[in-house]
Design a protein around this ligand. Structure first.
Ligand SMILES: Nc1ncnc2c1ncn2[C@@H]1O[C@H](COP(=O)(O)OP(=O)(O)O)[C@@H](O)[C@H]1O
Ligand SMILES: [Mg+2]
Length: 1019
């Protein structure tokens, strides 16, 4: 910031220094500043010009290259990370708060210096406990201490570490007190509270967010000498500690009461000991079959080793459990060595842990444990006298001093390891052994050395080594013929569906939600479980988008492990689930070498999938959860900057991609808070979707454009944009059958439309907007049951169109007027419009005219001409790529074919029409197409009354649902005629009469006249 101040000073504009600092404008954003930005900040015109010139000069150093990257011009990702760190980040953090009880009264009794020493000893002990567990002491406030777990680097078990540190502080304090009591000093008691949650941490390490406050308040509620955690923390560590529920508490500054738990001690159990119950196994048949085959061979004396590789949660441990269950009564010895993240630097910890389990640990007297060991050794014909002193220390079995070996440490280790291997081999010879090695990526170096020996020498005994590891693990042993690897694949869609169904049991989740789970989780079973659970807890609305808190830590830890490549993952996360190398490079502004190495690292860590050879590669986040986690860690301000950069790069350098996916740019500009650009691109996206008959998408995109407009103060330019967008949006609504919504937005557009001011405003296809608006509304209101209003709009449209003197506009108005007149049954007027249209028209206009005329022919008994006109019209329209309104043409064609006695052709056209309505969502004509299908069923050589009735029923229900009164009237007439022919006149009357009497206008139009006559006949 100082640098910016200097720069401003050089320009003689120091008065803006404060303003720039407050708006967090530093050198990295200078090149992105626009004149409008500066104007918004309140910089006056002359100064704006000077500043922009000075900014342009900054760029002079690198002529011809892209604008300064958002991050920095540095060529290394390390510098990038530093740049990111300099602004801060979002994190999911475990915060521990520890405070002394009644310290003022104790300090009052003591000399100041004595007090200082006392508190100093306590603080040292507490800090040591925190640091030992990988925590970070953020603050010491007098006799209080705040520690963070998950910063600067997250681990997947931050909450567990915090809890262990807290218990160890209490133990250490008890120890300090014991010593002090002897010296006659007063006892100190501490309270500890722990909370976990999202925070923002700035460059200086300052934390913003609730967890510090909550942990302090939880601490205040704890009994002296105890550790209390919130339910959120308890959920992360369930199964690992003995915990007592402490009821629910209101905390100051926290909206909802929190359930608190007191931690008593570590339980010695693993996560698996927790309350979770297993989901039925899905898939994995091949893997299990492979394991069973290998096991058979091992059993025969052909030792085997299988390494199961997969990212966290893919089901490595589960596969081992399943295999274990399938061994059933087969004679075997099961030995499990599990490597723990917390102990990865403790030599041989998996073996010591197994030793405690196997020989009973501290609860069993030492002699008994030694006897047990001696016995086991003797059984496999190993000399206990020689081996017990070597093995007991590895297995955490106490040895009397006199039996301890006095060898040089290295020699001792060598012999111990040899004894361990020999014991295993001998054991296997007496009964086949399955050695399950869990999580080798956390193995300490000494354990790895033991394993190397076993891997290389296990081929000659009945030993089945079954190991699991994450993809980053590199086995320190060479591949042998008796080694095998299983690379676990994610579950496929069907399997995810089965798993979700299983998990959600009675709650039927919708197909879309299940699909969403499959996409977000990338088929990782653990993620499927957690996302589904969250979904069931929060309901479908709140659930699918959030990251389950249970996964927060492990996802963040995975990203933190990437070091500087994390930054690239974050930039990628902003760009999207998929991105190309070139796009990412432009947005990130990172050189090829560091970028490629970062991407390679991400692919190695199974975070990104790669397609194609670098540099022309495409990347995709393996699952959306990790993408979301990367995105979540970014400060909002940084996300904005990156979105802006992404939008601009796409717009300026990837024009083809931008044109193909305008909604992507719209998304970036929206997230960047660049409202004008967002409006423009949502509008482009919506219009493009409309043109491609993607009506539902069009509606959503146009709505987003309008929503964005609503956030800005009205200006004449925005007003113009708004009118166009309203018309397009209304069209999208009306075409998809939301006639009421359509009319509302036509009306709104008309309300803003000022003929004097907007006279020159045209649509994208170059027509006058006012005329277009009236023409569309004319069709819409006719369908809603207002034939007179429809006619009125059509007439106004043609009249206004003539006044514009603009042929395209006039042709359009004539075409739409012909449609409205046809709806109203005024075929003469319709013909007149078409005559005039065809006289004026270009190719496309002629095709449109031909179609309207063809439809008219089919309505007026001129079937042969209708077939000719409509087929030729459809052919020429299709050549222009337009597919809108096809169902409409098709059913008229079907009517003509019926007339000509070609039922096969008629059926084909109708089926096609119905199918197209469903596919394109062009639902405005759905009722009518069904009615016509019914009419045609009645006209076939063997009339099918039941079928027709079903069609009419459907037409009626659709029309009612859309409030399309004119279609409802037609459907009711068709049904009434059918019923009358079946002698059910009264029923027919009861159906038709209320629909007819609903109408308030248009009694001179064909439908209403016919309905009136029909009712008279039914009376
Ligand atoms: N094939 C499967 N079918 C059903 N549940 C599974 C399957 N694979 C894994 N799970 C469940 O997913 C979670 C994570 O599996 P786990 O074996 O612990 O993963 P890993 O050891 O690879 O980290 C566990 O709750 C497990 O029961
Ligand atoms: Mg596991």
């Amino acid at each position: 910031m100082h640098q910016i101040a200097d720069w401003l000073e050089k320009l003689g504009m120091s008065e803006y220094a404060r303003l720039f600092a407050e708006n967090r404008i530093d050198f990295s954003v200078l090149p992105d500043l626009t004149d409008q930005d500066l104007e918004k900040l309140g910089v006056v015109l002359g100064d704006r010009r000077k500043m922009l010139r000075a900014i342009a000069n900054l760029d002079d150093k690198s002529p011809g290259v892209a604008p300064e990257p958002v991050l920095s011009s540095a060529q290394s990702t390390t510098a990038l990370t530093a740049a990111a760190k300099a602004v801060g980040e979002r994190r999911y953090l475990t915060v521990m708060f520890c405070d002394l009880v009644g310290s003022t009264s104790i300090s009052a009794q003591l000399d100041a210096e004595e007090w200082r020493d006392l508190v100093g000893a306590y603080l040292d002990a507490a800090s040591a406990a925190v640091t030992e567990m990988g925590g970070y002491v953020a603050k010491k406030l007098g006799d209080g201490l705040m520690a963070l777990f998950g910063y600067p680097v997250a681990q997947e078990n931050d909450a567990e570490r915090a809890a262990r540190a807290a218990l160890s502080i209490q133990r250490a304090l008890a120890e300090v007190n014991r010593k002090n009591a002897a010296a006659g000093k007063p006892a100190l008691n501490a309270r500890i509270g722990i909370e976990i949650g999202p925070v923002v941490i700035d460059a200086a390490g300052e934390i913003y967010g609730d967890p510090p406050n909550v942990s302090a308040r939880v601490q205040a509620l704890a009994e002296p000498g105890t550790v209390v955690v919130t339910a959120r923390v308890q959920r992360q560590i369930a199964g690992l500690f003995v915990a007592e529920e402490r009821g629910s508490h209101e905390l100051k500054g926290v909206p909802e009461p929190l359930t608190l738990y007191r931690l008593v001690r570590a339980s010695g159990g693993g996560r698996r000991a927790g309350q979770r119950h297993l989901t039925a196994l899905i898939g994995r048949e091949e893997e299990i079959a492979m394991l069973m085959r290998r096991w058979e061979r091992a059993r025969q004396g052909d030792g085997q080793l299988v390494l199961i590789v997969g990212e966290p949660g893919l089901g490595k441990s589960r596969l081992i459990e399943e295999f274990h269950a399938r061994l059933r009564e087969a004679a075997h010895t099961w030995v499990e060595w599990s490597c723990l993240q917390l102990l990865q630097n403790t030599p041989l910890h998996p073996i010591a842990e197994w030793g405690r389990q196997r020989f009973g640990g501290p609860d069993v007297p030492a002699e008994r444990q030694r006897a047990d060991l001696e016995n086991s050794l003797a059984q496999v014909k190993l000399d206990p006298a020689e081996n017990v002193p070597l093995l007991a220390p590895l297995l955490d079995i106490p040895l009397p001093k006199e039996r301890a070996l006095t060898l040089a440490p290295e020699e001792l280790r060598r012999r111990q390891l040899a004894a361990l291997t020999a014991w295993l081999m001998a054991g296997a010879r007496s009964q086949p052994i399955v050695l399950a090695l869990e999580d080798l990526h956390w193995a300490d170096p000494t354990t790895l050395e033991v394993l190397r020996g076993i891997a290389e020498r296990g081929a000659l005994v009945p030993l089945f080594v079954l190991a699991t590891a994450r993809p980053e693990f590199r086995a320190p042993w060479g591949m042998r013929s008796h080694h095998g690897t299983i690379s676990l694949a994610p579950l496929d869609r069907t399997q995810v569906r089965d798993m979700v169904a299983e998990l959600s049991a009675r709650h039927a989740l919708s197909k879309e939600v299940v699909e969403d789970v499959a996409v977000r989780t990338g088929g990782v079973p653990l993620f499927v479980e957690e996302v589904t659970r969250l979904l069931l807890e929060r309901g479908e609305q709140g659930g699918t988008q959030a990251i389950p808190p249970t996964l927060q830590q492990s996802l963040t830890a995975r990203l933190d492990r990437l070091g500087s490549a994390r930054e690239v993952a974050q930039i990628g996360a902003v760009v999207g689930r998929d991105f190309s190398y070139y796009l990412l490079r432009e947005i990130a502004g990172i050189g090829d070498a560091p970028l490629q190495s970062a991407l390679e690292k991400l692919a190695d860590a199974d975070i990104l999938l790669v397609q194609g050879l670098p540099p022309a590669s495409d990347y995709r986040f393996k699952h959306a959860l990790i993408q979301d986690a990367a995105y979540e860690n970014l400060l909002k301000s940084r996300r904005q900057a990156l979105h802006r950069r992404a939008g601009e790069v796409l717009r300026d350098q990837f024009a083809t991609a931008a044109a193909a996916e305008p909604e992507l740019l719209a998304h970036h500009f929206t997230q960047a808070g660049l409202t004008e650009a967002a409006i423009e691109w949502w509008g482009t996206a919506g219009q493009r979707s409309l043109a491609r008959s993607a009506l539902v998408e069009a509606g959503e995109q146009l709505k987003r454009a309008l929503d964005q407009i609503a956030t800005l103060p009205a200006t004449p330019a925005l007003r113009r944009e708004e009118i166009k967008l309203e018309v397009a949006f209304a069209n999208a609504l009306a075409l998809t059958g939301d006639l009421v919504g359509g009319k509302e937005h036509y009306d709104r557009a008309l309300a803003i439309y000022d003929p004097a001011e907007h006279r020159l405003l045209t649509t994208r296809s170059g027509r006058d907007v006012g005329v277009t608006l009236l023409s569309f509304r004319s069709s819409c209101v006719w369908q809603l049951g207002y034939p007179a209003a429809s006619r009125n709009d059509a007439e106004r449209a043609v009249k206004n169109a003539r006044e514009t003197g603009h042929p395209t506009t006039l042709m359009y108005a004539l075409n739409r007027a012909a449609i409205s007149y046809t709806f109203c049954g005024d075929y003469t007027a319709a013909h007149a419009q078409i005559d005039e249209l065809i006289a004026l028209a270009d190719e496309k206009g002629k095709a449109l005219g031909t179609l309207v005329r063809g439809r008219l022919f089919s309505l007026t008994g001129n079937a042969a001409d209708a077939v000719r006109a409509i087929t030729s019209g459809i052919t020429s329209l299709r050549s222009t790529g337009a597919t809108l309104y096809e169902p409409w043409h098709l059913w008229h064609l079907a009517m003509a074919y019926t007339e000509l006695g070609q039922p096969e052709d008629a059926r084909r056209c109708l089926d096609d029409a119905i199918e197209k309505v469903a596919r394109s969502n062009e639902k405005w004509c759905e009722a009518e197409v069904h009615r016509i299908a019914g009419e045609i069923a009645l006209k076939s050589p063997q009339p099918e009354a039941a079928k027709a009735e079903t069609y009419f029923e459907r037409a009626l229900s659709i029309a009612r649902q859309q409030q399309a009164k004119s279609w409802e009237l037609r459907a009711a007439m068709s049904m009434a005629r059918l019923w009358r022919s079946q002698g059910k006149s009264q029923q027919a009357r009861e159906l038709l009469a209320p629909v007819y009497t609903w109408f308030t206008e248009g009694f001179d139009t064909l439908d209403l006249k016919e309905a009136n006559a029909l009712l008279a006949e039914l009376a």
